[in-house]
Write a protein that binds this ligand. Structure first.
Ligand code: SAH
Ligand code: SF4
Length: 360
């Protein structure tokens, strides 16, 4: 199977507002109909042409006759954690599946974590998604549809206030679809998010970071995870292509809007990158950059043989960076009981099969 998905031409969720306008002109309709359709799909979450009741019936009939459809993903199982985190299985029309997670962030607000690929090619040693390899990129519509499904399973009165591209996949490896998905997400006739409420997280694809900076003013998060090349080469193979020197250069050049900070994600792996010396080294590496550091105690899965860091190491690591005047937060682990925490997303074999394998 190719990693490039086939993009159905006549699926409205994959179309730009311009393309819908052109279509309306071809069908002899006024241009404002395009805005109406766009709002039905992205604001009101319509899943069929039939739901668009204020469009003339003849137009709906014409569109259906020409094979136009809306949306192409289906909601699968929804798992709910004791802490309120919800993990949604998202079934794609070729039989593949991804996961998206709604994370409660205070009163009636959720952050949604979006997937950008089925699996991931980058093979970071501490990440469950990385063990799957890459099956394929998602299309722009498949990314936006995750938000539309997410809204359907929100508790009464709650809303999704922030979107983070931190689910399955490396968003900047699927650059074009990810950037296209930001148009309906941030358009006033679409989902209407301000760019400030959207964050793209990357393992450090340097040329694409440069391109992103020229393209859209969303927040940037970098999965740094190591204070030097030696450790980073070991846990993130991408570092052999774009080492820390190249990555730091790109970040120093990044056109960050005034008063905004980049996020540096740092997964703490017990005994690997969590010592006091590593914290000092990290402080030196980030000197002069406008960053907030987010420490993420490693979320376990069986296989790679890492340990969660000791609680006191996490505190000591944070303290060293705080004393160097960095903004440092420790990410509260959410959704661990349903395998929805950072780096745990991806298909798992049926538990019964696992038991059988263990017995052999
Ligand atoms: N591919 C992108 C976005 C998805 S990963 C990236 O790497 O940035 C989202 C975050 O989860 C990254 O910061 C990654 O370092 C972190 N992560 C991956 N596996 C993890 C695990 N097992 N425990 C804790 N965090 C993990
Ligand atoms: Fe891919 Fe990100 Fe996981 Fe690395 S951490 S394997 S880039 S999803």
């Amino acid at each position: 199977m190719s990693i490039r998905p086939t993009i159905p031409e006549r699926n409205i969720t994959e179309m730009s507002l311009d393309a819908i306008q052109t279509l309306m002109e071809e069908l002899g309709q006024p241009r404002y109909r395009a805005g109406q359709i766009y709002r039905w799909v992205f604001q009101r979450g319509a899943r069929s042409l039939d739901e668009m009741t204020d469009l003339p019936k003849t137009l709906r009939g014409q569109l259906a006759e020409q094979g136009y459809t809306v949306g192409r993903v289906n909601l699968g199982k929804v798992a709910e954690s004791v802490d309120g985190t919800r993990k949604l299985a998202v079934h794609l029309d070729d039989g593949a599946a991804v996961e998206t997670v709604l994370i409660p962030m205070g009163e009636n607000q959720f952050t949604q974590c979006l997937s950008s690929q089925v699996g991931c090619a980058l093979d970071c040693q501490f990440c469950f998604t990385g063990t799957m390899g890459l099956s394929r990129h998602l299309t722009s519509g498949e990314i936006v549809d995750q938000v539309i499904l997410g809204r359907q399973v929100l508790p009464e009165g709650a809303r999704i206030s922030h979107l983070v591209y931190m689910g399955m996949g490396e968003p900047l490896h699927n650059f074009d679809a990810v950037v296209s998905s930001l148009t309906p997400i941030c358009h006033k006739d679409g989902l209407g998010y301000s760019h400030r409420r959207v964050t793209i997280s990357t393992s450090g694809l340097v040329p694409q970071i440069e391109r992103l900076g020229q393209t859209v003013p969303v927040n940037l998060a970098i999965s740094l995870n190591a204070p030097n090349d030696e450790i980073r080469n070991e846990i993130m193979p991408i570092n052999k292509r774009y080492n820390l020197k190249k990555l730091m250069e790109a970040l120093r050049e990044y056109p960050l809007p005034p008063r905004r900070k980049m996020t540096m994600e740092y997964v703490l792996l017990g005994g690997v990158n969590d010592s006091a010396e590593h914290a000092h080294e990290l402080a030196r590496l980030l000197k002069g950059l406008s960053v907030r550091i987010n420490l993420i105690p490693w979320n376990p899965f069986s296989g790679p043989g890492y340990d969660r860091p000791a609680e006191e190491n996490v505190r000591a690591f944070q303290d060293i960076l705080l004393r160097k005047r960095y903004t440092v937060t420790v990410r509260v682990t959410k959704g661990l009981d349903i395998d929805a925490a950072c780096g745990q997303l991806g298909e798992r074999p049926d538990p019964l099969v696992q038991v059988t394998e263990g017995d052999i």
